[in-house]
Design a binder for this molecule. Structure first.
Ligand SMILES: O=C(O)CCc1cccc(O)c1
Length: 574
């Protein structure tokens, strides 16, 4: 038995959620051990859609340049009926978070880029071929017992200890089972055959969902000449038969001019699941990615939901480990992520049930209903602009929202003290939603993405004013202890003046497109407390700033001493 020096966090599973979480923790200077049972990363495509929220996180961890070459932006999805007529199109054009809403991507290449990104952090170690067989948890931490099969066939036991453990081992997650939490939902019995080739015989981009009552199918053009088809299987069709080259060639004959010379990456059968864990945390153990939720492929949200988990959890674990938040903040990981994951599961299941219809009467009703809906621009844009996609909007967690805060909480008590004024628009609260990522000018450069200038930790954004002029000294002190960056967003016309006249340590950014002013005009809360994951924790008028900040700190179960550790200091200087 070997004991390995301990780290702060143990991650089990080097899939996308685990790799992204390790990148985020590495960026914040934390020490992490990743244990992966396989000998290498999975090398065949699974997820095919990468969204703007994920790309924003990839940008934060500095890996956009290595990820983008494996993506195709403006990934359009068309739902076509049995006669090939488009009955729904999903083609969102906005770039609210700084990136195209949807990208096709090659998952193995992007996962590889996430893995390669870890090499820059001295405190991150990844061990392949380590199968975790048990975990012991006590008041001081967790110890994972892993079995390693050596080259000569003998086996060795290794023990790894840490303060927290995050299971990212996929849907069958042993961590989730050890935690004893439920995994409720449905696993429809419908099986699908997935075929991936790397010499795409068609070459057309984008996604076609074929709601063909004879046999529903999917055809997706992916980067690097990869094409994915999926075919719904009938109950009597045997797995060993449908995965044969002959059967697949027969299936493809309506989809490909010549289905015989295809270079297959993989032919496999899978079923969809729509499940969410009852809790994402128990004590010192947490779960993320497919371990916490499984959803059908239709919205392309499985991979992206894992990215959202890592984005939500990474800064919270860091806050606990560095003493800027109490351990209870980890419970907000469940409260913030679970409902959204459930909404994604439900939407994906619904879309799947529309595609899978085979009953002729129901098919006719669906096609007629979609024709009518397409006559109405608002209904049509609901689908094409992807307004049906549930966007995370936290109502409880690390935030202080006078419009939604649950009664009885510390934040509610404080925010109830805020004196309302007539011009403050309290109906459109940006609290709990992701802040947009506009382009801005700085003293050093022009047309920069906001996140690239504000860094990766807490930020206070103030429209048109110096945060140090509009917040009292005790609030500034608390923000310094939190490691927050102070930012003044001003019209570009005022930027040089503001740089000369505002406090030296305030970052002044110019709004050269007018998008920032428009945003603040629509939500008259000129002071924004932005969390490290780019979600708005508080939004208020200047005079409400101190109470709002205090409420946010209370919602973090903040330790009395907010000063970040030395290690965090250096990590925050990114
Ligand atoms: O991200 C997307 O738009 C593709 C979602 C999708 C749809 C159907 C099958 C599949 O594997 C992914």
């Amino acid at each position: 038995m070997n004991s390995i020096p301990s780290s702060e966090v143990l991650i089990i599973g080097a899939g996308p959620a685990g790799l992204m979480l390790a990148n985020i923790l590495g960026m914040y200077g934390r020490s992490v051990t990743v244990l992966e049972a396989r000998d290498e990363l999975i090398d065949y495509p699974r997820g095919v859609g990468l969204d703007d929220e994920s790309l924003r996180t990839i940008q934060t961890v500095g890996l956009v340049d290595t990820v983008l070459p494996h993506t195709a932006p403006q990934h359009i999805m068309r739902l076509v009926n049995g006669s090939g007529k488009t009955i729904m199109i999903n083609n969102p054009q906005t770039r609210e978070f700084g990136w195209d809403r949807k990208h096709a991507f090659i998952q193995p290449e992007v996962d590889k880029a996430l893995y390669a990104g870890l090499a820059q952090y001295p405190n991150i170690n990844v061990h392949f071929g380590h199968l975790v067989e048990d975990v012991i948890e006590d008041a001081a931490g967790v110890t994972a017992i892993a079995r390693v099969t050596n080259a000569d066939g003998t086996e060795t036991e290794h023990r790894f200890s840490a303060q927290y453990l995050v299971g990212c081992e996929g849907g069958k997650s042993p961590t989730r089972k050890r935690m004893g939490v439920s995994f409720e939902g449905d696993s429809p019995s419908t099986r699908w055959l997935v075929v991936d080739v790397d010499n795409d015989p068609l070459g057309t981009p984008n996604v076609f969902l074929g709601a063909d009552p004879k046999r529903p199918y999917v055809s997706i053009g992916l980067p690097h000449a990869v094409r994915r088809w999926e075919f719904m299987l009938h109950d009597h069709e045997d797995e060993s038969v449908v995965t044969s080259k002959e059967w697949v060639a027969e299936m493809l004959k309506d989809h490909v001019p010549d289905p015989h010379n295809l270079s297959y990456i993989r032919r496999r059968v899978f079923t969809h699941h729509g499940r969410v864990a009852g809790s994402f945390r128990k004590g010192r153990q947490l779960i993320a990615g497919d371990a916490a939720h499984l959803m059908p492929v239709w919205m392309g949200q499985g991979w992206n939901s894992g990215m959202r988990d890592a984005t939500n959890l990474g800064w919270k674990l860091t806050s606990v480990l560095t003493g800027t938040a109490g351990e209870d903040i980890l419970d907000t990981y469940t409260s913030e992520r679970k409902d959204h994951a459930k909404a994604m599961v439900d939407l994906s299941m619904t879309l799947g049930s529309v595609i899978k219809i085979t009953n002729p009467l129901a098919v006719a009703a669906r096609d007629a209903a979609s024709s009518v809906l397409n006559l109405f621009p608002s209904a049509k844009s609901y689908f094409s602009d992807m307004r049906f996609k549930p966007m995370p909007r936290y109502t409880a967690g690390v935030l202080a929202d006078p419009t939604t805060q649950a009664s009885g909480t510390a934040a509610a008590k404080l925010t109830s003290k805020l004196i309302p004024v007539k011009t403050a628009n309290r109906k459109v609260s940006p609290v709990g939603v992701q802040f947009p990522q506009p382009r801005v000018n700085s003293q050093l450069d022009e047309n920069l993405l906001l996140d690239d200038v504000i860094g990766n930790w807490w930020t206070v954004l103030v429209w048109g004013n110096d945060p140090k002029d509009v917040l009292p000294a005790h609030s500034i002190k608390a923000l310094e202890a939190l490691g927050a960056k102070l930012v003044a967003l001003v019209p570009e016309t005022q930027r040089e003046w503001a740089q000369e006249h505002m406090s030296e340590d305030v970052l002044v950014l110019g709004d050269h497109t007018g998008a920032v002013k428009k945003w603040f005009d629509e939500r008259p809360t000129p002071m924004i407390f932005l969390r490290p994951d780019r979600f708005v924790a508080g939004a208020c008028l200047h005079q409400h700033g101190p109470a709002t900040l205090q409420a946010i700190l209370d919602s973090m179960g903040s330790a009395a001493d907010h000063s970040p550790s030395k290690a965090q200091d250096s990590a925050l200087a990114v």
